[in-house]
Design a binder for this molecule. Structure first.
Ligand SMILES: Nc1nc2c(c(=O)[nH]1)N[C@H]1C(S)=C(S)[C@@H](COP(=O)(O)OP(=O)(O)OC[C@H]3O[C@@H](n4cnc5c(=O)[nH]c(N)nc54)[C@H](O)[C@@H]3O)O[C@H]1N2
Ligand SMILES: Nc1nc2c(c(=O)[nH]1)N[C@H]1C(S)=C(S)[C@@H](COP(=O)(O)OP(=O)(O)OC[C@H]3O[C@@H](n4cnc5c(=O)[nH]c(N)nc54)[C@H](O)[C@@H]3O)O[C@H]1N2
Ligand SMILES: [Mo]
Length: 766
């Protein structure tokens, strides 16, 4: 994959002057409204865009926002929409089309030279296409022939484990259920998903500590809490509807502490867009009460410091600990107490990057709080020791019984709109035996019991040649995964790659010897099957499940729904299967009837989702029922890890999203809240680090990463920008910087790629 370095990175090509200046306006507000206007104008959707967003996240009539997983406002009446959700929906609804004529005009080699922005900007895919190696072009193929090709390749494999099936987190619950059912009947648990790069650590940590992989709070808890510790999330860009909760919490007098190496926009002020009066008057409200700029990975030391303050306070006032709760519901307190007491303040200060005074004040806030929520996203989950770190969060909550009561609990901020639902519905390479037993019993199949491959495992197996068929339900695997060139080489070794997508992206151009592009309906579009209009469900980050029904005319008559594509792939591959694949497609209620039997908490699924606001999946930990090995919530006792840069001349680099992107989809080269215009190939650095290296602000630098296996990777001619990030740390954008993450650079605890701690050296450009 050759790509010229350009300041637009994977965004639109640009040689317009770049700039970066501090942003002083409140988050959301008119900047957001204007930015949405530009995207809507570009997609030529002046009327349909705003109208579609009115239906978005509307309890009964509408479809779920295909953007982030932040829950809907349960008042139902309020227009709870955000800038980035609007952009996202408009992106799906473009009038532009990528049909057979498009592929006839461009070879794959030629398309490979286009920027990622240009590929997606070409429009919606309209027809199934197959790669023709002689022409080096994609040519049309019928749906039947496409499924026959998949079946032929899958059945020719030496073992079902020579295929792997990726899921991107917007796949609905029904489609997820069918997908995993097909894979398991076929005979493999190879189910890499975007969660393996996202919140895998959160799931593992919470499971170990409290017996469930999910958070326990909902929006009413957020409204009630008197202390929120919000770590490692850029909410104004990536979960903008959270701004409403933050503003309301601060208004009610709650402490809202932002923990982040960067001071992000959500840590300051906002004008919530649906407060029309505030918009008109430019009246902003604060969204935070305190900022703590931790060292990258320093969150664990910070949490341990809170625990230290709690234990110190408990020496004089034992009531500081929730002794009743601890005795009835937890194990491991004494070991944890000893560990915390043995950790010195000097270590906590050094590892957190905060002062003892800050740490003690934070501990005091926690001791004073009656109801605390700890919430986090990728700034925590993508570190080497993320599982230990998140278990430390649970420890701190357990000390004061901050779980399973109103206004308190852990609250991971999920990414993709249905990433949590995917897992609930069985997309899990290491699924609990209970699920496999239930699938066997209900469907009369024999699920394989050996754990399957996850994302990093699948890449390695394709690279070795052990996996030969790669099927992708959504997403953009080659750019989302680490070590871009290695991952591309892995895909190129496959016998067959299949991409089920709405838009053209890089993963269609980095393909196996045979390759299919299968175009599917988007979430906004009408899905008519034998029994009429169908809807599918999603689960938000707070375990609420609701129905989503698209109403828009599909982008092409030749699109198929994801459930139908999966069912037909299954039928073609397993002609004698006794699973009613055709019935599932004819009426999705039939899928839900089976899910209701197999999945815990889904009884009466079809009735529950027809209630206006859907339903909440029962969450044992929320009721203080901890389904761990011991039947209790378990304190962990992990050592404090050294998170300082490994050498004096090294920096720890984090890769993050700009404001104008959705993961691998880049809308524009701007990052409004960080004051950036017209540039993505940049690296934010502390000015002292720049001075030490003789790097003037705005000059070009080379970046060399050193991977776990000692190998090095390089990015040249990036623009160094002085920014308020702690000394020793740096930041830049994914997916451009994924080339710096080696394929062996994943966490030993979570198997997640280390997107937030890449060890680099930066020098003036050669
Ligand atoms: N508009 C938009 N919305 C999105 C997405 C999108 O691309 N665009 N992506 C969706 C997805 S899939 C996900 S998973 C989420 C991602 O949501 P975020 O987690 O907000 O994603 P990032 O952009 O990676 O930002 C990481 C944040 O963590 C901070 N950080 C980095 N290292 C550390 C650390 O060591 N400690 C602490 N405390 N903070 C740290 C960074 O400074 C940054 O603020 O957003 C979802 N929503
Ligand atoms: N360095 C670095 N790498 C990262 C991260 C990071 O912070 N740093 N974050 C990681 C995270 S949290 C995540 S979640 C992954 C994201 O990984 P992915 O989920 O694989 O990537 P996306 O960019 O969200 O996928 C975009 C593509 O999805 C397709 N699509 C859109 N809508 C639909 C639909 O309705 N149906 C179907 N079938 N396809 C659709 C379109 O073709 C579009 O091109 O990236 C990970 N990679
Ligand atoms: Mo994510």
């Amino acid at each position: 994959m050759s790509r010229r370095p350009r300041q637009g990175g994977y965004g639109p090509p640009t040689d317009r002057g770049w700039s970066q200046r501090p942003y002083h306006h409140p988050a959301a507000a008119w900047g957001a409204a204007m930015s949405v206007g530009k995207v809507i104008a570009r997609e030529r959707e002046p009327i349909a865009g705003p109208l579609a967003t009115l239906k978005m996240n509307h309890p009964i009539a509408g479809y779920d926002c295909p953007g982030c997983a932040w829950p809907d406002d349960q008042h139902g009446l309020r227009l709870d929409i955000c800038e980035n959700g609007m952009k996202h929906v408009t992106w799906e609804m473009t009038h532009k089309r990528v049909g057979p004529w498009f592929f006839a005009a461009h070879t794959v080699t030629e398309l490979a030279e286009w920027t990622d922005f240009e590929l997606e900007d070409a429009g919606r895919l309209t027809d199934p296409m197959v790669y023709d190696a002689d022409l080096d072009k994609y040519v049309p193929i019928s749906w039947d022939a496409a499924f026959a090709l998949i079946a032929e390749e899958l059945r020719a494999l030496p073992t079902p484990d020579a295929a792997t099936f990726y899921t991107s987190g917007r796949l609905s619950n029904e489609a997820s259920y069918l997908y995993q059912l097909f894979m398991r009947e076929f005979g493999t648990n190879n189910m890499p998903d975007c969660s393996n790069m996202c919140h895998e650590a959160s799931g593992r940590a919470l499971n170990a500590s409290i017996g469930t992989g999910k958070g326990t709070t909902d929006l009413s808890d957020w409204a009630e809490a008197d202390l929120l510790l919000l770590l490692g999330v850029n909410a104004a860009s990536n979960a903008p509807r959270m701004l409403t909760s933050l503003m309301e919490m601060v208004k009610h007098g709650a402490q809202v502490v932002h923990v982040n190496p960067l001071v992000e926009a959500a840590a300051t002020r906002t004008i919530v867009p649906h407060d029309f009066l505030d918009m008109a008057l430019l009246r902003s409200s604060p969204t935070g009460t305190w900022d703590l700029q931790v060292r990258p990975g320093g969150d664990m030391a910070m949490m341990r410091a809170i625990a230290k303050v709690v234990f110190e306070a408990a020496d004089t006032d034992p009531g500081v600990l929730d002794n009743e709760f601890i005795a009835a519901h937890t194990t491991g307190l004494e070991q944890y107490r000893a560990l915390v007491q043995a950790t010195s303040w000097a270590d906590l200060v050094e590892q957190s990057g905060l002062t003892e005074q800050q740490l003690r004040r934070l501990g005091a806030l926690y001791v004073q709080s009656d109801k605390t929520i700890i919430s986090w996203c990728l700034g925590v989950a993508q570190h080497e020791h993320a599982v230990d770190m998140i278990r430390e969060f649970a420890n701190v909550l357990l000390l004061r019984g901050n779980i399973g009561r109103p206004g308190a609990g852990p609250s991971p901020v999920r990414g993709h709109s249905n990433v949590q639902g995917n897992r609930t519905c069985g997309i899990d390479h290491h699924a609990p035996t209970g699920l496999l037993d239930a699938l066997d019993a209900h469907h009369g199949i024999t699920c394989p019991r050996t754990p399957g491959l996850d994302t990093v495992g699948s890449i390695a197996a394709m690279h070795r040649g052990d996996v030969q068929v790669f099927v992708s339900l959504g997403g953009n695997f080659v750019l989302a995964a680490p070590d871009t060139d290695f991952t591309a080489a892995a895909l190129a070794r496959c016998a067959l790659t299949v991409q089920v997508s709405t838009k053209l992206n890089r993963s269609h151009l980095v393909h196996g010897r045979k390759a299919l592009i299968l175009p599917c309906l988007g979430r906004t579009e009408r899905d008519i099957q034998r029994d009429g209009l169908q809807g599918q469900t999603v689960e938000d980050a707070m375990s609420m499940v609701h129905l989503s029904v698209g109403r828009k005319k599909p982008a092409s008559e030749n699109l198929r729904s994801e459930p139908e594509i999966i069912a037909r792939m299954a039928r073609a591959t397993l002609p004698h299967s006794r699973i009613p694949w055709e019935e599932y497609t004819a009426n999705y209620d039939r899928i839900r009837d089976d899910m209701a039997v197999v999945l815990p908490g889904f009884a009466d699924f079809n009735e529950l989702i027809r209630k206006p606001l859907g339903f909440r999946i029962p969450q044992p930990a929320r009721e203080r029922e901890f389904v761990t090995g011991s039947g209790k919530a378990e304190f962990s006792s992990a050592p404090l890890h050294d998170v300082r840069p490994p050498a004096a001349d090294m920096l720890v680099l984090q890769t993050m999203r700009s404001h104008d992107q959705w993961n691998t989809t880049i809308y524009a080269n701007n990052d409004r809240y960080r004051g950036v215009k017209n540039i993505r190939e940049l690296i934010f650095m502390n000015d002292a680090d720049m001075a030490e290296r003789g790097i003037p602000d705005g000059s070009l630098v080379d970046i060399v990463s050193t991977c776990k296996d000692g190998s090095q990777r390089e990015l040249r001619s990036y623009r160094a920008i002085a920014y308020n990030t702690p000394k020793g740390s740096a930041a830049g954008y994914m997916p451009e910087m994924n080339v710096l993450i080696g394929h062996a650079d994943y966490s030993a605890q979570s198997d997640q790629p280390l997107a937030k701690s890449i060890n680099i050296r930066v020098t003036p450009a050669r």
